[in-house]
Write a protein that binds this ligand. Structure first.
Ligand code: HEM
Length: 294
């Protein structure tokens, strides 16, 4: 694994503002020009880019481990697939940065791709979910982060990463009807100290998702960002990995598909979009698309 070849924002973490953008490509248009433009003109310091299976397949290529996000039905819950062709998480310090980057991206992409979905995201209270709980505490750090998220392989693959992007819509009004103790039991940590609850119920999110309770361990590098729009709000869940299996295994257990126990998160939040993407590596300071184009 070579962290120097990975898209820099994957390991460095999120800037204060983001824009999660999904595009689909128009079947009658040739995407090659847009992809070449991206490799010359897209600055990886300004955002993360991922290719979905529909686009990779149109180049008659198969990225190891990349697949289409599955639509799942669990116990009293469901998780839809809204797989796109291209995904970006543009990032900046302020709204002007994001606006300029979005304009720039539209020019780079031309007319081969059309926006399918977009949502503004932000860092809340220094890295909390909108429920007020710290998000990312059990993330692997330092070298472990690169080990978990960055793929080793040949030219054009080494330094790349796979990512799961899943939009959750919270019902915060409902969440707030719970007492502090009940809220802590939903997450499995104390909100005030972030300490893990020794006696958390089996339904608690951190019990369901405990990475070391999976075989093999379900390590992933989470870079989720909250969103709030038109009086709705939630979490743009974003997790990088060498494979998509840790994410999918945890999601399945959260939905009760392992042992019939559903994650208490699902009592106030639900997934409404989902896609899997391959984030290509860098060559110098630009994106390396050799795997697709050669
Ligand atoms: C409504 C959506 C979600 C919210 C609000 C949320 C929030 C949290 C919070 C507050 C924690 C505890 C602190 C931490 O270690 O980060 C946590 C842990 C974690 N979450 Fe989530 N999460 C959500 C969805 C998901 C999904 C969809 C997955 C994967 C499928 C996931 C995987 C994990 C993992 C792996 C941990 C660390 C568990 C451990 O090893 O202790 N989360 N999450």
């Amino acid at each position: 694994m070579n962290p120097r070849l990975s898209q820099p924002l994957i390991l460095s973490g999120n800037k204060p503002l983001g824009l999660s953008l999904t595009y689909r490509h128009l079947p009658e248009k040739d995407p090659v020009k847009a992809i070449q433009n991206l490799s010359k003109l897209f600055d990886p310091q300004q955002g993360i880019l991922g290719f979905g299976e529909p686009l990779v397949s149109s180049f008659s290529k198969k990225v190891p481990g990349l697949r289409t996000f599955p639509g799942l039905s669990g116990i009293n819950c469901s998780s839809p697939s809204t797989q796109g062709s291209l995904w970006f998480l543009l990032q900046g310090e302020n709204r002007s940065d994001i606006f300029d980057q979005t304009e720039n991206l539209s020019n780079i992409l031309g007319d081969a791709f059309t926006p399918d979905d977009q949502i503004d995201t932000f860092l809340y209270a220094g890295g909390k979910d909108l429920t007020g709980y710290e998000d990312g505490t059990e993330n692997p750090g330092g070298e472990k982060a690169a080990e978990v998220a960055i793929i080793e392989g040949g030219i054009g693959i080494s330094g790349s990463s796979l990512v799961a992007v899943q939009r959750w819509v919270h019902d915060l009004g409902h969440f707030r009807t719970h007492s502090q103790r009940e809220r802590d039991n939903i997450i499995g940590r104390r909100q005030d100290t972030n300490e893990e609850l020794a006696e958390a119920p089996q339904t608690a999110h951190v019990k369901r998702s405990a990475q070391e309770s999976y075989t093999p361990f379900a390590y992933m590098l989470r870079r989720s960002m909250p969103w709030a729009l038109n009086l709705q709000q939630g979490l743009e869940f974003i997790a990088f990995g060498k494979t998509l299996d840790p994410f999918e295994n945890v999601l399945r257990r959260m939905m009760g598909l392992d042992d019939g126990i559903t994650d208490a998160l699902l009592t106030f939040s639900r997934p409404v979009r989902g896609g899997y993407y391959w984030c290509p590596p860098l060559t110098g300071d630009r994106l390396d698309f050799r795997f697709l184009l050669e």
